[in-house]
Design a protein around this ligand. Structure first.
Ligand code: NOJ
Length: 511
């Protein structure tokens, strides 16, 4: 049986606000994305994941949804969405949409109705608690993006606290209520019926909550509860989601955001094949550019995730400082591309990493995100002109550094660019089942280097990544191999060199 598409695919995350603007209002939109599909087909991605484009008051830039089944006018219309899906599918690109099940916007009609009175029909769709005598919140859970803010707001209209792991504008749904489950299943079906190929599920591990709302251990504070919540009731919720997907053609996929920095726990949400198809595993994303530390993370994935399901790999997204910025140089970002696209599992790219974008420097008066994540959300520069292809020089956030030179048009014209490196890596994957779905064999390697083979029947690739700023002798690993792709573009097609250059990574094939 051939592997499902989402195992061999490379997924490309699009943050719609920041990707491409068809209307010239400085905010990206669905028509903007549609107009760039040929660029993505040229690059060679297999699927796109769209961060939320639903109706939203934008307190959390779309992760506060006020209508799950409509497009926010800022991004376009449902007809634009349908056209985008049709055009993507025509190019063989799958479409994954974001689904935000833990909380709605406080402006969602469900919450509006729920908060109206203590005996409102939808009251129990959210999580309410009585005020205490001392006026303290119901427990010690800490709100995301605060040091000590509670996850509770006392709603004056009915004098009860409601739960919100994120902003007060994002009240948590009560997944113990079967009506909530049914309504949110309905949302999945709405988008499945429109032809989406899968979902990225927001803070999935947070859905099932301890019914007693037990305090977090004091030594864990001030970690926000959203990064700690782990309750066994979530597994059943996830199985329910899976069964909704399986009502369709057996080919739809869900990837869960499991923001628990413990790979064994992440693995548990695959639930032995009954849970998630894929889960984001973030510890590697937080791992510095160091061979020993990375080798540890890779071993951990092999040990914990592989027995449960198919791994995923990600280095950047709309919530974290871009890895080009974290790792500190383009040479490392290039080597990291080889790492990301060479490991066994489904790689997730974040729009702009193929351009080697750094985080924007955001002056105080341009800060808009309550979570301090504006830098990685800087708009993608398409050209070197003052408006960078956006129809306005004043996009919603400042441009990333050096956009005059570091933009899609300029890098496409330069075969030595990081953009062309990503394209060659994706092409190499497409031509190699070993890279897509093959076994992975980790090799002994000199200090500072991580080396592994990918093998599928007669197809094999060897990968070498030098995490140091020194040349390293790899003659013993290189003998008999040819360079397929080099992170710095040198020697492709030639016999593999005896030495890796500083921060260089290679994909090798048999001559
Ligand atoms: C995780 C999302 O990636 C992030 O952007 C969002 O703010 C939170 N979940 C809350 O929905």
């Amino acid at each position: 049986m051939s592997a499902p598409w989402w195992q061999s695919a490379v997924v490309y995350q699009i943050y719609p606000r920041s990707f491409a603007d068809a209307t010239g209002d400085g905010v990206g939109d669905l028509q903007g994305i549609r107009a760039k599909l040929d660029n993505l087909a040229w690059l060679g991605v297999d699927a796109i994941w769209l961060s939320p484009f639903y109706r939203s008051p934008m307190a959390d830039f779309g992760y506060d949804v006020s209508d799950y089944c409509d497009v926010d006018p800022l991004f376009g219309t449902l007809a634009d969405f349908d056209a985008l899906v049709a055009d993507a599918h025509e190019r063989g690109i799958k479409v994954i949409v974001d689904w935000v099940p833990n909380h709605t916007s406080d402006q969602h009609p469900w919450f509006q109705e729920a908060r109206a009175s203590r005996d409102a029909e939808k009251r129990d769709w959210y999580v309410w608690r009585e005020p205490t005598a001392d006026g303290a919140p119901p427990n010690n859970w800490i709100q995301t993006w605060t040091e000590d803010g509670p996850t509770w707001t006392l709603d004056p209209a009915t004098d009860q606290w409601y739960l919100h792991l994120f902003l007060p504008e994002q009240p948590d749904l009560n997944w113990r209520n079967p009506e909530v489950v049914a309504a949110m299943h309905g949302v999945l079906r709405f988008w499945l019926d429109r032809g989406v190929d899968g979902f990225r599920m927001d803070v999935l591990h947070a859905l099932g909550k301890d019914p007693d709302l037990v305090d977090d251990a004091p030594e864990l504070l001030p970690i926000p509860h959203s990064a700690l919540n782990h309750h066994e009731s979530t597994y059943e919720i996830v199985r329910g989601l899976r069964s909704v997907l399986e009502e369709y053609d057996g080919d739809r996929m869900m990837v869960g955001e499991v923001f628990l920095l413990d790979t064994a726990l992440v693995a548990s949400y695959y639930d032995g094949g009954q849970g998630l198809h894929l889960a984001f595993n973030f510890p590697p994303l937080f791992t510095p550019w160091d061979a020993g530390l990375w080798r540890y993370r890779i071993d951990e994935v092999v040990r914990e995730i592989e027995p449960q399901g198919w791994p995923s790999w990600v280095l950047s997204n709309h919530d974290q400082v871009r890895h080009r910025t974290r790792y500190g140089s383009e040479a490392r970002a290039r080597a990291a591309a080889v790492l990301l696209l060479g490991l066994r599992g489904t790689p997730f790219l974040y729009a702009g990493e193929e351009l080697g974008l750094e985080d924007a420097v955001v002056p105080e008066d341009r800060v808009v995100d309550p979570g301090g994540r504006d830098g990685c959300r800087a708009p993608v520069p398409w050209t070197g002109a003052a408006d960078h292809g956006w129809g306005t020089p004043d996009a919603w956030l400042p441009w990333p550094p050096d956009a005059e030179h570091r933009n899609a048009e300029a890098l496409r014209a330069d075969e030595g660019s990081i953009l062309h490196l990503y394209r060659r890596l994706l092409a190499e994957r497409h031509g190699s089942t070993a890279l897509q779905v093959g076994d992975q064999v980790l090799l002994d390697a000199p200090d500072g280097v991580v080396a592994w083979d990918r093998v599928d029947g007669g197809d094999a690739r060897r990968l070498l990544v030098n995490f140091t700023d020194q040349p390293v002798d790899v003659a013993a690993l290189a003998d008999g191999w040819t360079v397929a792709v080099a992170s710095d573009g040198t020697g492709e097609g030639a016999p593999a060199p005896a030495e890796l250059a500083p921060d260089q990574a290679l994909v090798l094939r048999r001559p």
